[in-house]
Write a protein that binds this ligand. Structure first.
Ligand SMILES: *Cc1c(COP(=O)(O)O)cnc(C)c1O
Length: 426
């Protein structure tokens, strides 16, 4: 069972004779034991088993095993949201006084976590330019640098990561390379093959695929040597809450994900609900089919818009004219770039508002990456408090419109956009 299409459909759960075909939703928060010794073994991490849903749950395990197989890792942890996945993944590596590297082209929530919340907690994000040279990025590294972070396809900037450049720096300095693979999904990209040590997801997007379940995932690639690496004392010294176990030593290649689960999220408690795990697990069964259609539809739409006189600029790395086209071809399966596209409309903020009102099939929604096409105009919604000058400084042009292209018929989506473009000028 190697091909990723088969893994989407089959991985994560194999029923025994007469068992339910689809994983059941285990809503029991706790588990019963015959003796305290049996439960003690689970607490000591010497025997596997379930004790309480803040640590693990059988339905969540199925989802974790499915994403582990798809990403090609050694273990995964499911969480309450994409934001909690990013947070727990980072806190498993960073303490007050530490720093990490991230580009400013990030998902808005992640940007805020990194630039504001972590700053308050004494963890410093050193922002690097995605186009910067290897040696310029390297200058930001010191002995307290714990992570190099990037999004495979930045949301909403649409920039494709240069895995080769970043993983080279990470390897040279023995720093964890962490990739947010939300927008590409493991069907279009498996960052571990390009040097990632930790992969995170907002499963609320393509993995769920139907806009029904908020969730997050962390995947451990199992390819980073924590033992003996002075950057990561938490993986090299005995943990008092587990009788002196050493996470870099006692859990083989699963030290990172075990510590994320058994230490960090044990204390934070941002767990995924079993219901969400069930919905996400089943959504992922069709991930491969949906990603193909999202990508094909979006490329067709981008081509129809590219030379349109009312389109000032367009950002989609699937277009040959795009500056990220080569990276998309190199790192993304079949050069597919998923369903997120942004463009600038002629006529600025006013035309953008008229365009949004004129759309019939495509609805306005604060979401991306589900089966239904949707749109957002940041300047009049999520970023409406900012002046035009402040918007430009934040990298959000007043005329910028974000489209999340769904899996409806290609021509229906194109027709809706073309008629709304015309209507935007009236
Ligand atoms: C949506 C998103 C997140 C945050 O996920 P939530 O599930 O909304 O918490 C993180 N990273 C990226 C790239 C996203 O698109």
């Amino acid at each position: 069972m190697k091909n990723k299409e088969t893994l989407c459909v089959q991985a994560g759960y194999t029923p025994d004779n007469g068992e339910e075909r689809v994983p059941s939703i285990v809503l029991s928060t706790t588990y019963a034991y015959n003796s305290p010794e049996e439960l003690a073994g689970i607490f000591d991490l010497t025997t596997p088993g379930y004790m309480y849903n803040r640590i693990s749950n059988p339905t969540c395990t199925c989802l974790e095993e499915k994403i582990t197989a798809l990403e090609g890792g050694v273990g995964a942890l499911s969480l309450a949201s994409g934001m909690s996945a990013v947070n727990v993944a980072m806190l498993a590596l960073c303490n007050a006084g530490d720093n990490f590297l991230a580009p400013s082209a990030l998902y808005g929530g992640t940007y805020n976590l990194f630039a504001v919340t972590y700053k308050r907690q004494g963890i410093e994000c050193r922002f690097y330019d995605l186009d910067a040279t290897e040696s310029d990025i390297e200058k930001l590294v010191d002995e307290k640098t714990k992570v190099i972070f990037v999004e495979t396809i930045a949301n909403p900037a649409g920039v494709v990561a240069d895995f080769e450049k970043l993983s080279k720096i990470a390897k040279k300095h023995k720093i964890v390379f962490m990739v947010d693979n939300t927008i590409a999904s493991p069907y279009l990209c498996r960052p571990i093959e390009f040097g990632a040590n930790v992969v995170v997801h907002s499963s609320s997007k393509y993995l769920d695929g139907h806009a029904i379940a908020l969730g997050g995932l962390i995947i451990d690639a199992g390819n980073f040597e924590y033992l003996g690496n002075k950057r990561y004392p938490d993986f090299n010294k005995p943990d008092n809450s587990y009788h002196g176990l050493v996470f870099g030593k006692d859990f083989g290649r699963q030290g990172y994900i075990t510590r994320a689960r058994m230490v960090v999220n044990r204390d934070i408690g941002a767990v995924m609900s079993p219901m969400t795990a069930f919905l996400t697990f089943n959504g992922m069964t069709t991930l491969h089919l949906r990603m193909e259609k999202h990508s094909q539809n979006t490329l067709a739409l981008a081509k129809a818009m590219e030379k349109h006189p009312l389109v000032k600029w367009i950002k989609y790395a699937g277009l040959e004219s795009d500056k990220d086209y080569k990276k998309a071809q190199k790192y993304l399966y079949k050069g597919y770039v998923a369903g997120m596209l942004s463009f600038g409309i002629k006529g600025g903020r006013e035309a953008a508002v008229k365009f949004q009102k004129a759309l019939k099939l495509i609805r306005i929604a604060v979401h991306i990456a589900d089966a239904r096409s949707c749109t957002l105009h940041p300047a009049s919604t999520t970023h409406r408090q900012l002046s035009d000058e402040a918007l430009i400084a934040a990298g959000v042009a007043p005329e910028m419109i974000r489209l999340s292209v769904g899996i409806e018929a290609e021509q229906d989506i194109i027709n809706d956009v073309l008629q709304a473009l015309e209507a935007s000028q009236k």
